[in-house]
Design a protein around this ligand. Sequence first.
Ligand SMILES: [Zn+2]
Length: 176
Amino acid sequence: MTTSLIVEERPLPVILQPARDELLSSWLRRHVAFYGVTEPIFTSWLRLGTKNLRSLDGQLGLDQVARIVEKFRCDPNAVLEMTHAPLPAEFAPLVRSSKPRQFCRSCWDRHLAADAQGVVMKSWREGWRVTCPVCGSPLCRKAISLAAATIRSATRALFQRTGTLRGKERTSSIGI
Ligand SMILES: [Zn+2]
């Protein structure tokens, strides 16, 4: 895919299915990767009035919702549900603005198997969560767990694609 497929004033030709509980910025960034463009080019084309996709997770104006609905042919309520904007103000301090400290290992693996790498779920930034609202699994809280899961998932994907003994040896050699 190239930028030539992103034509001004038209919806995107391919819309990726959002994962359950996926953050809006995560969904938009997956489109950035899918179309092979840079984030500044993508945000400029969307004309959202910001180059910071992450900021949309916390505060979203009606004009921005309208632009996303137009370009992604989606329901405006679905767009709002992908953000923390509807949360009461007292929850704001419990939503991390930087990288999430927790994640769901089961959903992580499921996203990878569904070829939806890079999904970041809303619940991973919500400090009051102890279990995943999608699958009910306990959320892992350590960044090191995320790194280990990344390696484990990548190794598994490599093994599934190649199906070679070499992949199996590599898996065991790094102890996961
Ligand atoms: Zn889960």
